[in-house]
Ligand binder design. Structure first.
Ligand SMILES: [Zn+2]
Length: 120
């Protein structure tokens, strides 16, 4: 992978990280301002907000790990089989640690992974 490509992916990853925002703080604010006892609708809203925050924080872990792999030079290599991950795949999901074959195997065991590493 060229330096230019690495720079492109790093920029995409940093943008994603910024988009995810400060998750823990958001949850705390929701809990303080919105949880009312005996209010089913609000409780559901909070649950949804927390589950989407969990999702973001999982995604964040992948994004941060991908940035580390750029630093240590292993970015773009599948963690499952050590083959190069396809460029098209990295363009679509720059934080993916797995090639399409390994993701296919992992998705069956981990549905959350399928959502985080979703291919358009
Ligand atoms: Zn692989």
């Amino acid at each position: 992978m060229t330096k230019q490509e690495l720079k492109k992916y790093r920029t995409a990853l940093e943008a994603k990280l910024a988009e995810l925002g400060p998750i823990k703080q958001q949850i705390t604010e929701i809990q303080i301002t919105q949880i009312e006892p005996n209010d089913g609708a609000t409780a559901m809203t909070v649950l949804l907000a927390i589950s989407s925050a969990d999702m973001n924080s999982s995604t964040r872990r992948y994004v941060v790990a991908a940035l580390r792999r750029i630093e240590d030079g292993s970015y773009g290599t599948c963690l499952g089989c050590e083959e190069a991950i396809g460029k098209k795949r990295l363009d679509a999901v720059p934080w993916t640690p797995l090639c399409i074959t390994c993701q296919g195997k992992n998705e069956k065991q981990d549905p959350e992974l399928a959502k985080i590493l979703h291919m358009p």
